[in-house]
Design a protein around this ligand. Structure first.
Ligand SMILES: *[C@@H]1O[C@H](CO)[C@@H](O)[C@H](O)[C@H]1NC(C)=O
Ligand SMILES: *[C@@H]1O[C@H](CO)[C@@H](O)[C@H](O)[C@H]1NC(C)=O
Ligand SMILES: *[C@@H]1O[C@H](CO)[C@@H](O)[C@H](O)[C@H]1NC(C)=O
Ligand SMILES: *[C@@H]1O[C@H](CO)[C@@H](O)[C@H](O)[C@H]1NC(C)=O
Ligand SMILES: *[C@@H]1O[C@H](CO)[C@@H](O)[C@H](O)[C@H]1NC(C)=O
Length: 305
């Protein structure tokens, strides 16, 4: 009997002010930022792990309210031992209950499954403001690098992420908002970044309490349940981590990403990256401040027996 996939969409309410963004993007704004973007709603195109060999599925090897939980978040390999993801993905787990599947296009089979030695979240991560939303997971042993298991390239420090930068996100999340099924095969979307000003029109905390993030948005394309923690990559370089949004799939609201160029010193320090340390960037400071929100979509894929 095949397990039936259901989801628990857990809404982490990170307290404070209002839970609803002040303003939606105006149609003009998102029509314009959507121009030139191909693809469909949410999950977009099927791909293979060989195109995104740094992507891993984070899975719970335990039961959750009696259900066996499979993929719940996505991570990115940064070196032989460490995977980077969002803090809220790392926080959920005791290392002994977490497994990492690498090198497979399917979250539920093939590839290599690694157990976990250590889970660390940024010491300044703040569940209210959602600042420093980043975590690192250390596997037991080392990744066996191959055509389908490779570390991502890291950006330069404080690299400026220009408005309209196209980001690729590969993951196993749902292909329709409120759909109960993860995609068994890895899928990929491309979304453009938007300016802080545009993002702040939607999420009022922009520029106030949440820093070291940026936003991206395209109508009807975006990360959703099962995609939290996934890397947002341009030309093989990791720029962002899927952090949170109000609603998801890019229907109306932008998605907020942890800004990897700004959080790089923490990654380097914790993951002990010594060789090929990125050059300091001469670029101007990253585009400032962003939103803090209050509603995180987290997801757990549950295999119901
Ligand atoms: C999952 O947990 C079970 C029971 O604790 C254990 O026997 C098994 O080896 C674990 N699987 C992995 C891949 O760690
Ligand atoms: C993985 O998922 C696919 C699609 O749902 C299914 O056909 C396959 O049997 C599953 N594999 C395992 C090992 O459960
Ligand atoms: C996990 O890693 C962090 C950062 O390297 C370290 O401070 C901590 O002691 C480690 N915990 C365990 C249980 O190894
Ligand atoms: C990055 O920017 C922060 C804040 O502006 C600054 O404190 C830090 O020194 C910068 N780091 C590098 C390597 O330029
Ligand atoms: C941001 O980029 C989009 C295209 O992706 C463009 O339509 C928009 O006008 C730009 N906004 C600013 C403030 O430059």
């Amino acid at each position: 009997m095949l397990p039936r996939q259901v989801f628990l969409v857990s809404l982490l309410l990170a307290a404070s002010n209002s839970f609803v963004p002040e303003n939606k993007l105006t149609p003009t704004v998102y029509e314009s930022i959507n121009r030139g973007v191909s693809g469909r709603l949410i999950g977009s195109d099927e791909t293979t792990i060989a195109n995104y060999p740094y992507v891993v599925s984070l899975q719970y090897n335990s039961t959750f309210f009696g259900y066996e939980v499979a993929h719940f978040c996505t991570g990115t390999i940064v070196n032989q031992n460490w995977v980077v993801t969002a803090a809220e993905c790392a926080l959920l787990l005791e290392p002994e209950n977490l497994i990492v599947r690498a090198g497979s296009s399917y979250y539920n089979e093939s590839g290599i499954v690694y157990t976990v030695e250590n889970v660390t979240t940024h010491e300044d991560f703040d569940a209210v403001d959602l600042n420093y939303d980043i975590g690192l997971i250390k596997i037991r042993g080392s990744f066996q690098f191959s055509d389908v298991i490779q570390p991502v390239k890291l950006p330069t420090y404080n690299l400026t992420i220009e408005n309209g930068t196209m980001l690729d996100i590969a993951s196993w999340g749902v292909t329709e908002f409120l759909d109960a099924n993860l995609s068994p095969v890895i899928r990929k979307i491309s979304v453009p970044t938007i300016t802080i000003e545009e993002c702040s029109r939607v999420y009022e905390q922009v520029g106030k309490t949440q820093i070291d993030v940026f936003c991206a948005h395209a109508a009807n394309i975006g990360p959703c349940v099962g995609d939290a923690g996934a890397g947002a990559v341009r030309d093989g370089v990791l720029l962002g981590l899927v952090a949170w949004s109000y609603g998801c799939g890019g229907t109306t609201y932008p998605t907020v990403y942890s800004n990897v160029p700004r959080l790089l010193p923490w990654i380097i320090e914790v993951a002990g990256i010594t060789s090929e340390a990125p050059e300091e960037s001469g670029a101007s400071e990253a585009s400032g401040a962003f939103c803090s929100l209050l509603l995180i979509f987290l997801s757990l894929a549950i295999s119901m027996r």
